[in-house]
Design a protein around this ligand. Structure first.
Ligand code: GRF
Length: 211
């Protein structure tokens, strides 16, 4: 059985989508813990409701970032996870953590990477007059929002869109693609090798899998 840890900071719609897809029915994996750096994250409530162990490491309580990083690593180590899923986790992981779990950390980012790494992606896409936007699931490497892309989904941007309507359209798709990619990993179909993503023994293109 594969042990999954999910790191969250916010609303947790992706966490919910993952739980809805696997938690009750999937026997080859289990979400063993949900960790948040934000004590007010609604995601924590969702996890508790699903009777999953939760840990809140409130970032503000740690005077030194190194102390936070150490505590996070120790907390994760308890579970010896096979997969760590960043689902709206808004804190940068340190190098030690990434090295320790290299090839086992997934992230979802709300843009068609390599476009718009970082924050406020929806607003920036609208401001730049983009015709489409989207989300990317990728392996996590040392550089933020930069690891090998596994799967992307694109959505149109309409001239009536606000940051909020666009975010909702993207999130709807995120909630579909993230569980899909996680299932690939759980089923041993997906891996990171030589800084690339591989699915079913085939190297994926730079923009990820195409249906
Ligand atoms: C998502 O848009 C995800 O792409 C980004 O953070 C947001 C998290 O949303 N990394 P939620 O907390 O899963 O609803």
């Amino acid at each position: 059985m594969k042990r999954i840890i999910i790191l969250v900071s916010g609303d947790g719609t992706n966490l919910q989508a993952i739980l809805n897809t696997y938690h009750a029915t999937e026997i080859s994996s289990r979400v063993v813990a949900v960790i948040s750096n934000n004590s007010n994250a609604f995601a924590i409530k969702r996890a508790r409701l699903a009777q999953i162990r939760t840990h809140v490491l409130a970032g503000s309580k740690y005077k030194k970032p190194e102390l936070f990083d150490k505590t996070l690593l120790k907390t994760v180590e308890i579970y010896n996870p096979d997969l760590i899923v960043l689902a709206g986790y808004m804190r940068i992981l340190n190098i030690e953590f990434i090295t320790c779990y290299c090839g086992k950390i997934l992230n979802i980012h709300p843009s068609l990477l390599p476009k718009y790494p970082g924050l406020n992606t929806h607003r920036r896409a609208i401001e730049h007059g983009e015709k489409q936007h989207g989300a990317s699931v990728h392996f996590v490497t040392e550089k933020v929002d930069d690891g090998p892309i596994i799967l992307q989904v694109a959505v149109p941007i309409f001239y009536t869109d606000t940051e909020h309507t666009l975010e909702m359209r993207v999130k709807y798709q995120e909630n579909i693609i993230y569980p899909r990619v996680i299932k690939w990993f759980i089923d041993d179909r997906l891996e990171m090798r030589n800084s690339s993503a591989w699915l079913d023994g085939k190297k994926l293109p730079n923009t990820g899998y195409k249906d």
